[in-house]
Ligand binder design. Structure first.
Ligand SMILES: [Zn+2]
Length: 71
């Protein structure tokens, strides 16, 4: 019994029968999708990703000039 179709496990991404080479996924592509979801989930910390880009955009170059003029 070495027939891979005898395995009852299915891909957690697309629910196709999983492949021997890419268990528990059906293909490397689905394995990458799962990894991508996992990484995205750990990066998507609410509030942190959005706020990080605000200070750089909020800064006004003109204020720097005025500050130097006072010196
Ligand atoms: Zn799949």
């Amino acid at each position: 019994m070495s027939d891979k179709t005898s395995q009852n496990s299915e891909c957690p991404i697309c629910a196709k029968p999983s492949d021997e080479a890419a268990k528990p996924f059906c293909s490397k592509r689905c394995a990458d999708i799962d990894l991508g979801r996992w990484l995205k989930g750990s990066y998507a910390i609410p509030g942190q990703d959005g706020e990080a880009t605000v200070p750089a955009n909020d800064r006004n170059p003109d204020e720097d000039i005025i500050f130097r003029d006072e010196d």
